[in-house]
Design a protein around this ligand. Structure first.
Ligand code: PLP
Length: 391
């Protein structure tokens, strides 16, 4: 199969199934193994330096998932990690040394920020945060020791879109590499490598796994960077189980179909939210007129179920009354599963390069695979409680 000619839906259905199918099964079976046995000294010696010596280096199950991910996003190589955050931290540590400088988007996932401020600082690596909408203006922040420019587009709490090609061009001109947290984009909707990424990291926990039952991360790299990152990853001793890899691959087979539904249901819910007087602004690049809408249209092939809603000022008691009574939406961190979620959020404490100017509360919604009419009915009652409590 010539991979380049296939569409995402077809790759999702077929990739990672090419190798030895034991017993002719459609799916690659779960391999559970720490130990691999060799029939002779020469067989043992023949695998030295390869991934086929020991269970920690993967199995046919993990390699099926890695291959499918690479096919989908157009990467040279992939590595699986036990969580999205460990994909971020491993990718950063593989490419930074004491004395290096990192440029980090101010809209980044908060635990990534904590890792930079505490662990990277402890190793003598300096982080400068930048306005996510900076574009080519990032040139002014580049230093001779800037080795990595890190992006997350859109921000998964505040939804600023970043101009990936413009930032990548500047980074590459200064011999820095570009790492993108592409969790929102997914390998289906944002072909990060085509737009300048050298490394793409994902919380597979979200849409790739898609069923809220596995924590996993993915690091994908260009072919050029793969040996360096794989060596570091191997030395850290990071690996995932065959069972988790199997579940991730099984979830991923339906990724495009699920994203379509998440996206259309989110659009229906957003249309309804626009009619609510308590809504100040919807944060999502899919809406015309919003920051980054043109970038999203230019670079992405679709969206998903995650967006933010800025409300007009409301008391804490009114927010509790609104959110506590929800019957279909669950309250919890994470997103990307089949179920709808909602959380209140306050980004003002996690900004340093920019300031969060909203005067009212922010809520983040993940629109799941329920019928959107039921979700709107749940929200309608919630807005009724908010209105009542705010009187
Ligand atoms: C959830 C998330 C992560 C971390 O993933 P875990 O699997 O929870 O560790 C990283 N980046 C983004 C954008 C996320 O939403």
């Amino acid at each position: 199969m010539d991979k380049l000619k296939l569409h995402a839906e077809t790759l999702l259905t077929h990739s990672g199934r090419e190798h030895d199918q034991i017993g002719g099964t459609v799916n690659t079976p779960v391999y559970r193994a720490s130990t691999l046995l060799f029939p002779s000294v020469s067989a043992l010696q023949s695998v030295q330096g390869t991934l086929n010596t020991y269970g920690r280096h993967g199995s046919p199950t993990t390699r099926s998932l890695e291959r499918a991910l690479c096919d989908l996003e157009g990467a040279g190589g992939a590595m699986l990690t036990p969580s999205g955050l460990s994909a971020v931290t491993t990718a950063l540590l593989a490419n930074l040394s004491p004395g290096d400088h990192l440029l980090m988007t101010d809209s980044v996932y908060d635990p990534t920020r904590a890792f930079c401020n505490e662990t990277l600082a402890r190793f003598g690596i300096e982080t400068t945060y930048y306005d996510p909408t900076i574009g080519a203006g990032i040139a002014e922040l580049m230093q001779p020791n800037t080795k990595v420019v890190f992006l997350e587009t859109p921000g998964s709490l505040t939804f600023e879109m970043q101009d990936v090609p413009a930032i990548s061009e500047v980074a590459h001109a200064h011999h820095a590499i570009v790492i993108i947290d592409n969790t929102w984009g997914t390998p289906v909707n944002f072909a990060s490598f085509k737009y300048g990424a050298d490394i793409s990291v994902h919380a597979a926990t979200k849409y790739i796994v898609g069923h809220s039952d596995v924590l996993m991360g993915v690091i994908m790299t260009t072919e050029a960077l793969y040996p360096k990152v794989r060596t570091f990853y191997k030395q850290l001793g990071v690996s995932v189980s065959g069972d988790d890899a199997y579940l991730a691959l099984r979830g991923m087979r339906t990724l495009a179909a699920r994203l379509d539904r998440h996206q259309s249901s989110a659009a229906a819910v957003m249309d309804w939210l626009k009619t609510q007087p308590e809504v100040d602004q919807i944060l999502s690049p899919v809406l015309p007129g919003n920051q980054g809408h043109e970038i999203w249209k230019r670079d992405f092939t679709g969206s998903n179920g995650l967006f933010g809603v800025l409300l007009k000022p409301a008391s804490d008691a009114a927010m509790s009354a609104m959110l506590d009574g929800l019957q279909i939406f669950g309250m919890g961190y994470s997103w990307g599963g089949f179920e709808s979620l909602i959380i209140p959020a306050n980004p003002s404490a996690i900004r340093t390069a920019t300031s969060w100017k909203a005067t009212g509360p922010l809520i983040r919604l993940h629109i799941g695979l329920e019928n959107p009419k039921d979700l709107i009915a749940d929200l309608n009652l919630a807005f009724g409680r908010l209105r009542e409590a705010n009187r």
